[in-house]
Structure formats: C-alpha cells, structure tokens
Design a binder for this molecule. Structure first.
Ligand code: NAD
Length: 242
C-alpha cells in the first residue's frame, strides 16, 4: 500500500485482537506503530513482537489526562502523529431493562468518549502535515440484542466520523470508520457457542472474520491508496445485510 512507510500511527487497544493485527499489518507496510493500551504488559509484548521502531505507551482511552500524557510522550519521542486508529473497546452486555449505569457508562466512555478524546488530542498534531483516522464502528450500530450501550456507542462513532470530516478536511485529514461483523478475537471468543452459531446464519460467507481481514481494510484506509476516501463507513461483514 502506498504512503504508509515511515508514517507514525497510533493504534489504541493494540495489545490484542483487531488492534494487534492492525499494528502487525501497519508495521509490515513500513509504518512506525505506537501500540497504545491500558494493558501495558500486552502492549509491550506486541511492540516487542514487531521489533524495531514500534513503541508501546500506556493509555486509558476514556481519560483525558491519560490521552494528554500519551500524546505528549509520543510527540516528544517521534515528533508528530500521522495516523490514529480508535480501536480500544469492551463489552458489558445486558438487556435494556436490566442494564446498570455502570455498564452503560463504561461502554460509552471507552468507545465513544474514547474516540472523541483521541481525535481531540491527536488532531492538533496532524494539522501541519495532514493525516488519517480510522474509527472502529460495528454492524451492531444498527442494534443488537443486549447491546443498547455498545450499539449506541458504535452509532455515535458514525456521527463523530462525519463531523470531523466536515470540520477538518481543510487540514487534509481524512476520517473513515470500519464496521465489522463478528471477528475472531478474545472479545467474540467470550460469546457462547450457540449465540455465535446463530450469527452465522445471517452471514453469506458463513464464517466469522479473522482480525487480519479487518486490519487490511484499516491499513488501506490509512494509506495513500485511499487518498480520496473520507467520511465512509466501510462494512467488513461477510456480506450480511442487517
Ligand atoms: N471482535 C468483534 O467481533 C468486533 C466486531 C465489530 C467491532 N469490533 C470492535 O473492534 C475493536 C477491537 O475489538 P477486539 O475484538 O479486538 O477486542 P479485544 O477485547 O480483543 O481487544 C480490545 C483491546 O482494547 C483494550 N482496551 C480496553 N479498554 C481500554 C481502555 N479504556 N483504554 C485502552 N485500551 C483499552 C484492551 O486492553 C484490549 O487490548 C473494538 O472497538 C470492538 O468494539 C469488534
């Protein structure tokens, strides 16, 4: 892919799953990857696996202070930021009437506030040279049983993505979102087998995605091969029409 070589790209939640696969792929494309995760040990392990120029930073995406510290460290060490993947996430599933404030707030804070804070903190370091951002939405943005919190956050990311395009295209910053269906990561492996089997009946390809199949689309959207692609929500879902 063109234009990723030597680009400094921050991947949140890069310790495992889709974030780790994205860090691996960006590294293969020649980018300088910053693995940012609240799981510091996992982030260090990913960085060590990638070797060379990769760095790991401690980051809790739901905290403004933590974003400030992490971005200061990154800019002190690397000088600028060219790309951001707002990927960190958790689930706290429960049906609407039973969901607690804590379950609602945790998911909204990490997915939606986390991506908002990430954009707010990183964009000032992109405006001189331009940049690219990818937010990780989900097929669940259309609604999913037991996921009013997650679904609302993933829908919210669509509005956030489109708004940044309107406000920051003048700075040559492109912003897109990907919307995966089920992807084989620890997040999905925790879901009961019978629920996962049910999903597959709605997926024409009849399988879950591998994290690498999401990472490749994220890398494309960050690359110069996607130089005229912005404000898009790209489905990666085996053909399912929800
Ligand atoms: N797996 C799927 O089926 C699927 C489908 C659609 C969208 N997604 C989205 O993709 C993203 C990655 O999912 P995954 O399946 O790889 O999950 P995962 O649970 O395997 O990994 C999530 C990573 O985020 C980190 N993280 C969690 N909270 C954090 C915080 N507050 N600050 C910093 N890091 C934090 C975790 O430590 C972990 O490394 C999430 O946004 C998820 O909602 C996943």
């Amino acid at each position: 892919m063109r234009g990723l070589k030597d680009k400094i790209i921050v991947v949140t939640g890069g310790a495992q799953g889709i974030g780790k696969a994205t860090a691996v792929r960006l590294n293969e494309e020649g980018a300088i990857v910053v693995v940012a995760d609240r799981n510091v040990e996992g982030a260090n392990q990913t960085a060590a696996q990638l070797g060379g120029r990769t760095i790991a930073v401690s980051l809790d995406v739901s905290s403004r202070e933590s974003w400030k510290d992490a971005v200061t460290q990154i800019v002190d060490r690397l000088g600028r930021i060219d790309g951001l993947v707002n990927n960190a996430g958790v689930t706290r599933d429960r049906s609407l009437l039973k969901m607690t404030d804590e379950e609602w707030n945790t998911v909204i804070d990490i997915h939606l506030r986390g991506a908002w804070l990430g954009c707010q903190t990183v964009i000032p370091h992109m405006t001189a040279q331009g940049g690219a951002i990818v937010n990780i939405s989900s097929d669940a943005r259309w609604g999913a049983f037991g996921q009013s919190n997650y679904s609302a956050a993933k829908s919210g990311l669509v509005g956030l993505t489109r708004t940044i395009v309107i406000e920051h295209s003048k700075h040559k910053i492109r912003v897109n979102a990907v919307a995966p269906g089920p992807v084989l990561t620890p997040m999905v492996e925790a879901v009961p087998e019978e629920v996962r089997k049910g999903w597959l009946t709605n997926i024409p390809l009849r399988r879950e995605a591998q994290p690498e199949e999401v990472a490749s689309v994220i890398a494309f959207l960050l690359s110069d091969d996607a130089s005229y692609v912005t404000g898009q929500i790209v489905g990666i879902n085996g053909g399912s029409i929800i």
